[in-house]
Design a protein around this ligand. Sequence first.
Ligand code: NAP
Length: 302
Amino acid sequence: MSHSEYFRLGLIGWPIEHSYSPVLHLAALKYLNLKGEYELYPIRPIGEDKSKLEEVILMMAAGELHGLNVTIPHKLSVIPFLDTLTPVAEAVGAVNTIKVQGGKLIGDNTDALGLLNDLRRFLAKNRARINGQTRTALVLGAGGSARAVCWALIEDGWQVTLAARRIEQAEKLVDALSAQPFAVPKLAKISSVHLAESGLAALSPDLIVNATPVGMVPDLNRSPWPAGLPFPQTAAVYDLIYNPQETRLIQQARYAGLLTESGIGMLIEQAALSFYSWTGCRVLTSVMQSAYNSVIAANSSA
Ligand code: NAP
């Protein structure tokens, strides 16, 4: 697509009225002097409204839309509507970005690389405090984003333990990831435990990643970390949640002296990767970051 064209972009999910994605993508379009829009398409779960999801996907197939982000609850349910998946989306088993190429609808997953980019930045920034051998991770939650997180960490050479409140859910995810051809030589790199004090007490991971929604707005006082369980003293904590900017988990971990990071960096990294796949233009993540900072500042003074 040439840069003189108009980019029709958007997001499908439910609920999405508070999404920061329009802010990030509109800032990128403006900074790069590209014409376009980023619209929200609130679509209920497929069991409740299959026709609306089909309608928006057909708009893409007809060339009326050029790029879509996909969020909860459609990261899996869009797959049957697509012609093909990128190798990452195939391996992760979830789609957060759809593009059109040669008339075909292609599902991609930028969450995985988005997390890795931001995690590497976080670890590099804190090199002085984080041991260079840091390589064992504990991932809390076994839903859609945990899948992308585990895939990315395994690909990056981490030894991963997956903790879920329903151990069978974690086991299923471990089996699914282990069944991927890419993971065969890395089978020993992922295992599962129960997300409870008894399951986690013996572990001393270098990194804890929260991939549950516990602590997200409006649930501000809740934490996925079991009450009464001390944090491993040398761990860093990365929370995928970005709203609020500082979750209860982040507060608890920082109080215990641990290094912490919120999920806004990952959100921005995955957005920049999606933007590139639609427009062919790279945007500095700092452009998206300052647009996000302006919205947060405006909201806090309102
Ligand atoms: P999801 O598919 O619904 O999975 C959530 C997981 O958390 C499930 O394993 C669920 O277990 C578990 N869980 C839910 N409530 C729990 C509780 N009270 N205690 C223990 N476990 C609980 O959601 P997702 O797509 O993975 O998203 C998870 C979080 O990541 C959300 O807050 C989302 O906003 C955030 N996220 C951030 C980014 C980013 O760019 N920063 C990207 C993607 C996602 P059950 O199945 O038993 O309920």
